[in-house]
Write a protein that binds this ligand. Structure first.
Ligand code: OGA
Ligand code: NI
Length: 326
């Protein structure tokens, strides 16, 4: 492809343009094997200031990280008729391949294809995953279990650091947390200055664990875009809106976007840890005190998901309508 089709050209003002975005040099790096007495504070500090951190020594084997990225790349290289099996524009379908974000509704399309499916518990969902490449399920299954364990560990550290009850994220009935995996493919693009792989957004979930091995992710820090450089074998972790609300605004869900590359396609794997759809989200009771009143109303996660999508498409901040007057 030589030119960017009209439908993919971002409106002026939202284009990345040609100016070089500086690298985020001081993004916190959290070592999961470091002194456990300090870990939870390090994570809380990172989530307060950046909303993002790189996670190293997380225990997921290097070979597994390599294999999942490889099988993901292979998936997107399959012949169209193999990919057509899972293709769907129906956003209510939980396992599907689709393009951009919501091609039926959005005005401009994003330079991305995505394969999305639930993961936990594995035996309930694996049948809905692709059958090709033949090793997809074999490789992605154990990976999803490992990432799930990492997420539980991080949530325990976060709840400790915030001073929540010890099992705030794990005492709930089974099914409180949902793990949805999104395998993203951003093909090489003839003009990255005009397009975006994903628009400026913050994630709606509790926590996102991203595996990447190539540049493309940028975060908005103090009004400036900064590029997140991949560290070998690291995960990029970020806080979603749901955790910002539970923490009563202490932890930040920070906006980010994805830019495209002229020469190379980029494949990443996002693991979204959501609350269950019927879960009531509200600031944790222990964080509400006389001098810190709740900043957000309570609401059901499913309803938030719906308004999040409409607000984000209309470039409105999705937390605004849930804010209480302090
Ligand atoms: C996302 C996301 C970043 C990336 O999936 O929400 O921000 O680099 N992905 O793929
Ligand atoms: Ni995101």
């Amino acid at each position: 492809m030589k030119f960017v089709p009209e439908a993919y050209i971002m409106p002026p003002g939202t284009r990345p343009g040609n100016t070089k975005v500086p690298i985020c040099e001081n993004i916190p790096v959290i070592d999961l094997k470091a002194d456990p007495t300090k870990l939870s504070h390090q994570i809380i500090d990172a989530c307060k200031e950046f909303g993002f951190f790189q996670l190293i020594n997380h225990g997921v084997p290097e070979k597994m990280l390599k294999d999942v990225l490889e099988v993901s790349e292979e998936y997107f290289k399959l012949p169209a008729e193999d990919k057509a099996i899972m293709y769907s524009d129906d956003i209510s379908q939980s396992s599907r391949l689709y393009t951009s974000i919501d091609p039926m509704k959005e005005q401009t399309h994003y330079w991305r294809d995505a394969l999305r499916h639930p993961c936990h518990p594995l035996e309930e969902h694996i049948q809905s995953w692709p059958q090709k490449p033949p090793q997809y399920r074999e490789v992605m299954g154990p990976y999803s279990i490992e990432v799930w364990k990492v997420s539980l560990c991080l949530l325990d550290l976060i709840s400790e650091g915030l001073g929540l009850e010890p099992n705030y994220f794990s005492h709930e009935t089974e099914g409180f947390k949902v793990h949805v995996l999104s395998v993203n493919h951003y093909p090489a693009c003839p003009d990255p200055s005009l397009t975006l792989g994903l628009p400026k957004h913050a994630d709606v979930d509790i926590l996102t664990i991203l595996l990447q091995q190539m540049n493309g992710l940028q975060i908005l820090k103090d009004g400036q875009w900064l590029a997140v450089e991949p560290l070998p074998n690291a995960f990029v972790v970020n806080i979603g809106h749901t955790l910002e609300i539970i923490s009563n605004g202490e932890l930040k869900s920070v906006e980010h976007r994805v830019v495209t590359n002229q020469k190379l396609g980029r494949t990443t794997i996002s693991s979204f840890i959501f609350p269950s759809y019927s879960y009531q989200i509200e600031p944790a009771k222990v964080l509400i005190k006389n001098n810190s009143p709740p900043l957000y109303k309570a609401f059901i996660f499913k309803d938030f998901l719906a308004t999040y999508v409409t607000d984000t498409c209309q470039r409105k901040p999705p937390l605004e309508r849930y804010k209480l007057q302090a």
